[in-house]
Design a protein around this ligand. Structure first.
Ligand code: SAM
Ligand code: SF4
Length: 369
């Protein structure tokens, strides 16, 4: 099976992104590697985390992620079925993936979400059972969380950018702050830990609320993680000059707390600091001003079956012919080959800061955050 990468839109230029012909790229994959071998890229990074997007649909319309109207939804027939996701996940786990993070769009909109968690949580790899995590806007958590925990959900990240109703409405284009707060309360009561709350820091939107958000998270027994806004909005309106940077976030928090860096970040996207010596901590995910690509251990699977080796990549590796091919498809060796080809094609870093950077055609909701 030859893994064929598909370039979406114009390929980026630059020395780190030479457009290797597909045949050459495939030939460069270690011919000896097979199911059960770790997914190591050409820069020595071992991949252990697969982000699985379950849908591109969402109950909110966050301005930094989706347009209000005119979004081109993925065709329902193209969305992977649970059996297809499970088949990919089993091979990925055999290859050393230890965490599946379910995301979207809004993963809780998927009607079979409890069964997705149950089937994936039953998978084991060489290191033992996999961990199932989820990133959600929280809106359906009160009704779904008991079933998700019983099915094997291990960790939760809930996104909340503001605690003010008018701002929430303007930012998400939906008046649903109370539903999100109810979801966070359910998550806090569930005992799933560590519980993380994500907030994208935005100038003149919520940058005067950073301390309040951290205090809110502490009150919930959660850790707040601020995310630098990235050029992944479907409307392509990101403006570097207006984004709130890691250093600005830290300066604001330092006026309230004494921050001490926490060592041992590993492959985690967030840098962490203790607040006044601990035990509480805050995290910052600074993908733009302090990229952490050198330690990246993540791969992504879109809801329509495209493997991606980076949020910002313009190349995708299409698993659909493997899963739905005329031959019946779905052979584990073919899925394994596609995973390896995707890993092999991973660049040392993203190119947000290069003048030649081109935003991926997909918005964040269709990639999977
Ligand atoms: N709907 C779920 C949610 O909002 O948590 C999961 C999907 S969402 C795409 C995952 C995460 O990506 C959220 O924390 C969201 O704030 C973040 N995100 C979306 N667009 C972003 C952007 N342009 N820059 C930075 N973070 C973004
Ligand atoms: Fe929906 Fe999450 Fe995107 Fe907001 S960030 S629009 S909640 S997918």
């Amino acid at each position: 099976m030859t893994a064929i990468p598909v370039t979406i839109g114009m390929p980026r230029t630059g020395v780190r992104d030479l457009p290797l012909p597909a045949a050459l790229r495939a030939a460069a994959v270690d011919p000896g590697a097979t199911i059960g071998d770790p997914l190591v890229d050409t820069h020595g990074r071992v991949h252990r985390d697969l982000r699985i997007s379950l849908t591109d649909r969402c109950s909110l319309r966050c301005t930094y992620c989706m347009p209000e109207q005119g979004n081109e939804w993925l065709a329902r027939s193209s969305i992977l079925a649970l059996d297809e996701i499970e088949r990919i996940a089993r091979v990925a786990a055999a290859d050393g993936i230890t965490t599946f993070r379910l995301t979207g769009g809004e993963p809780l909109l998927r009607t079979d979400i409890v069964e997705v968690v149950r089937r994936l949580a039953a998978i084991s790899g060489p290191a033992g059972p996999v961990e199932i995590a989820m990133t959600t806007n929280g809106i359906r958590l009160p009704e779904l969380l008991p079933g998700l925990v019983e099915a094997g959900l291990g960790r939760l990240n809930v996104s909340i950018d503001t605690l003010r109703r008018d701002r929430f409405h303007a930012l998400t284009r939906r008046d649903r702050l109370d539903d999100v707060l109810a979801g966070i309360a359910a998550a806090a009561a569930s005992g799933l830990r560590p519980l993380k709350l994500n907030a994208v820091a935005m100038r003149d939107v919520n940058d005067d609320e950073l301390v309040e958000l951290v205090e809110f998270a502490i009150g919930c027994g959660a850790q707040l993680r601020f995310i630098e806004q990235m050029p992944l909005d479907a409307g392509h309106t990101w403006d570097r000059a207006r984004m709130v940077t890691r250093d600005e976030i830290l300066a604001t928090l330092s006026a309230r707390w004494s921050l001490t860096p926490v060592a041992g970040r590993g492959g985690a996207p967030a840098e962490r600091w203790t607040l006044d010596g601990g035990p509480h901590t805050v995290g910052v995910i600074a993908s733009v001003t302090a990229p952490f690509c050198g330690d990246c251990d993540r791969l992504r699977l879109t809801a329509d079956g495209q493997l991606r080796n980076c949020l910002f990549s313009t190349t995708e590796y299409d698993l659909v012919p493997v899963l739905r091919g005329a031959s019946g498809g779905g052979e584990d060796v073919a899925i394994d080959a596609m995973l390896r080809s995707c890993v092999h094609g991973k660049l040392p870093g993203h190119a947000i800061n290069d003048p030649s950077f081109l935003q991926p055609a997909r918005g964040m909701n269709a990639i999977g955050g």
